[in-house]
Design a protein around this ligand. Sequence first.
Ligand SMILES: [Cu+2]
Length: 156
Amino acid sequence: MDRRAFLRAAVPTAAVGLAGCIGGSTPTDYDVGMGAKEFRPETLEVTAGTTVTWLNTNKQGHTVTAYEDSLPDGADYFASGGFDSEQEAREAWGNSSGGTIFEGQTFEHTFEVAGEYPYLCIPHERGGMAGTVVVTEGSATESGTASTDATADETN
Ligand SMILES: [Cu+2]
């Protein structure tokens, strides 16, 4: 295949991709924002099966790194950079700032197992930058249960 022809053909697609990822405004559809030294909100509650999106709303680089020892039984490890363990994530950060989420970038993780998931930002660990995702049992079909609970609260 003629390489020049291929490149010409590929340019429009690449341009669209860039517009979607970088050229656009900061994403507004996220669950947890990263400030200078904190996650907002610090504690997020979701139902099992929910995909949580973190967005770095700050100029500094941050990480989302799960505390491995605190994960619920059977839960997948998660860390920005895609590392399989906390040790791996910490080593990568120490070696080359691996796993950094830069300004305007997002990180996603889907939580399948109920329980509490404490996590931290490695570069700001000493500043206390940490958060928790609380995953409760349930699915979209349980919205009826939630409204029942709300009604019960009102009558009590
Ligand atoms: Cu941080």
